[in-house]
Design a protein around this ligand. Structure first.
Ligand code: NAD
Ligand code: MG
Length: 386
């Protein structure tokens, strides 16, 4: 291994992707960007490549291949396009760690391939563990691969667990901001627009996860993510609403002691921890000043108003293909909501219907999961294209 950690950053043009590059820029002596990939934002990908001079870039949208290749011709950067290229680059010898900041199930196949090849993983793409958590964690274990969480709640739990290897966990307590509609009731939310749902009080993120935060599906996905990452059963995972987003999550141990990780809501900190673990490198990020945050509050989530959290936990309890169906239906429904084709409460309705119409099965391969994902989305989208 070279002295620097050589990173393949999947989804470099998104919210997590761009913040990962801000972190990489701070530690040029520790981190080297070897691969950058994006789905369609060719211009930003080109700008990033010119600045970070990776070995390789991949543009998902094949119609933009010539454009990107021409732009990077003089920089001696290899350019590839399409889905297969994503699977190829994560295997390359010049890569030590893959950070997946792809949104949705599109992240599944590249991460699985990277795990099979023994690459260390920094995971922002929670959908991967939601859909195929058992397969992913087992394959990681078999290949000696660590999955470092980037999601702030899971990074918090990971930090609370440091030094506690031999101490059983009695409870994980995942905090939720409650999103833009916290405190509202269903009658008030029936006609909310996507613009209202996209106004998150504490975090600036990609549109899909922002809608997931408004429905609380994001917290449901995070409960499933935590179950797999930390091998803790659902009964021992609680969600507590904490509107200030200062306590990023907590762990309770057998003696009743609870450890929490605190900080300002800034994804750069969990990203840095995943990239530089176990070291805590000095940085210039804004610091938490308790004088500016005199009140930290905690309340129970409202499962009547936000049924997605309950649906996610139920799907995970059933296991097998159900979390995959849940995730696929959610991705399809959120896409429809973002295109103004359905209302806010159609999101849980479509997910509930998809789960109710599913014949239970136990997929064992990535392809089987992707097939279920495709069929679930098609069924939902077909009914809206007529
Ligand atoms: P985003 O929409 O801002 O960015 C998504 C990235 O994925 C883009 O670079 C895009 O090019 C790429 N992408 C999209 N579709 C793709 C496809 N089909 N194939 C390959 N690449 C594709 O999303 P984000 O907010 O950065 O979130 C990324 C992931 O991180 C999500 O799984 C999200 O749940 C998770 N996450 C995000 C945050 C956050 O603060 N944004 C926090 C915690 C976890
Ligand atoms: Mg989170």
């Amino acid at each position: 291994m070279s002295e620097k950690k050589r990173i393949a950053l999947l989804g470099s043009t998104g919210s997590i992707g761009t913040q990962t590059l801000e972190v990489a820029e701070l530690f040029p002596e520790l981190l080297q960007i070897e691969v950058l990939t994006a789905h369609s934002n060719a211009d930003l990908l080109i700008r990033q490549a010119k600045k970070f001079q990776p070995n390789i870039v991949v543009i998902g949208d094949e119609t933009k291949y010539e454009y990107v290749k021409e732009a990077l011709w003089d920089d001696d950067i290899k350019v590839y396009a399409g889905r297969q290229a994503l699977l190829d680059v994560v295997q390359m010898g010049c890569v030590d760690m893959v950070l997946s900041a792809i949104v949705g199930v599109a992240g599944l196949a590249p991460i699985y391939k990277a795990i099979e090849c023994g690459k260390q993983i920094a995971l922002a793409n929670k959908e991967t563990l939601v859909v195929a958590g058992e397969l992913m964690t087992r394959t990681a274990y078999e290949n000696g691969v660590n999955l470092y969480p980037v999601d702030s709640e899971h990074s918090a739990i990971f930090q609370c667990l440091a030094g506690e290897f031999h101490n059983p966990v009695s409870r994980l307590i995942i905090t939720a901001s409650g999103g833009p509609f916290r405190g509202k009731k269903k009658e008030e939310l029936l006609h909310v627009t996507k613009e209202q749902a996209l106004k998150h009080p504490n975090w600036s993120m990609g549109s899909k996860i922002t809608i997931d935060s408004a429905t609380l599906m994001n917290k449901g996905l995070e409960v499933i993510e935590a179950k797999w990452l930390f091998s803790v059963p659902l009964e021992k995972i609680d969600v507590v609403v904490h509107p200030q987003s200062i306590v990023h999550s907590m762990v309770e141990f057998q003696d009743g002691s609870i450890k929490a990780q605190l900080g300002l809501p800034d994804m750069k900190l969990p990203i840095q921890y995943a990239l530089t673990y176990p070291a805590r490198q000095p940085n210039n990020f804004p610091r938490l000043n308790f004088a500016e945050h005199p009140t930290l509050t905690f309340e129970q989530p409202d499962l009547e108003t936000f049924p997605c959290l309950r649906l996610a936990v139920e799907a995970s309890r059933q296991g097998g293909c159900m979390p995959c169906v849940l995730n696929a239906a959610n991705e399809a429904a959120v896409g429809l909501f973002l295109r103004d084709q359905i209302g806010f409460y159609d999101i849980p309705r479509l997910i509930e219907e998809a789960l109710a119409h599913t014949d239970f099965c136990r997929p064992t391969t990535v392809d089987e999961y992707l097939e279920i994902d495709k069929n679930t989305k098609q069924t939902i989208l077909q009914s809206f294209s007529k």
